[in-house]
Design a protein around this ligand. Structure first.
Ligand code: FE2
Length: 281
């Protein structure tokens, strides 16, 4: 059951991304939003002050983050807290994202992530033994939803040879105002710029592989309606800007790697043997 036409595959190979509108039904989007709201409601933030930032200087690589590869954990927006440590907004409007093993630990996200349509799409992308390595629920909160600076997903989920593909599901409409994705068409052909590694002695570090800077003025906005799927090649430079609007921009992302590639042992995201990676079975 092929999901992609020859023209779509050709476009993906040329541009490094593909937009598939109406991939997810309105009911499925609503079910994921409701499940995420429930998880946040049940989350007790006492003692947890882990924020998420892709800014190199401020990235928080504490144990809460580093151990989240095989757990369901909650990360706050950078702007969520006052100086005294209290939340500026309600808890449900302060979380940046939930990660990184929703697809293996939560039944609702697990079944959403393993539909025959997604399995067929991934097979069309020439995966032989696909493994679902990471999932995130991203809230992009109204007014405070932080920017994600320009990056390539292979930086964070490196395999040898490189294989990661990002599946970005719009659970709400994504526009320039509420922080849609922006991508550099054809930029996946330029090689990998850096890797994000576990550092010896704790924490993380970036390893620069080349000093070429991306022409960020050439990135184009990928504005999509609710239910759209954006497929992102692991080497494609992409970003999302701050949400300056009063509307949220919820998205669910799933990252797939090729099981025949070697997953690097120094990648930031590691799992315990108690929760091995699975494919679509
Ligand atoms: Fe990304």
């Amino acid at each position: 059951m092929a999901q992609l036409t020859f023209e779509q595959l050709e476009s993906y190979e040329r541009e490094g991304f593909l937009v598939l509108e109406e991939f997810v039904s309105g009911e499925a989007c609503a079910a994921l939003r409701a499940r995420a709201a429930k998880l946040v409601e049940e989350f007790d933030p006492a003692g947890v002050r882990s924020i998420f930032s892709t800014n190199e200087q401020t990235r928080t690589s504490d144990d809460y983050f580093l151990e989240s590869g095989d757990k369901i954990r909650f990360f706050f927006e950078e702007r969520a807290f006052r100086e005294d440590g209290s939340l500026r907004q309600s808890k449900e409007h302060s979380i940046n994202k939930i990660g990184h093993a929703l697809h293996d630990l939560d039944a609702v996200f697990g079944s959403f992530s393993r539909t025959p349509e997604i399995a067929a799409l991934v097979a069309d992308l020439k995966f032989e033994r696909p493994l679902l390595v990471q999932s995130m629920y991203i809230f992009k909160q109204p007014n405070i939803g932080g920017e994600v600076t320009c990056h390539q997903d292979s930086t964070f989920l490196y395999t040898e040879p490189p294989s990661v593909v990002g599946l970005w599901f719009a659970l709400e409409e994504a526009t320039r105002d509420n922080g849609c994705l922006w991508a550099l068409p054809g930029g996946h052909k330029g090689g990998l710029k850096s890797r994000f590694l576990r550092a010896h002695g704790g924490g993380t570090r970036f390893l620069n592989l080349n000093e070429v800077s991306w022409p960020e003025s050439e990135l184009i906005p990928l504005e999509v309606p609710e239910g759209a799927l954006i497929v992102l090649h692991g080497s494609l430079p992409h970003l999302s800007r701050m949400n300056t609007s009063p509307r949220s921009r919820h998205a669910y992302t799933l990252h797939v790697i090729e099981g025949r590639s070697r997953y690097s042992e120094d990648n930031w995201l590691q799992r315990s043997t108690a929760l091995p990676l699975r494919g679509f079975d």
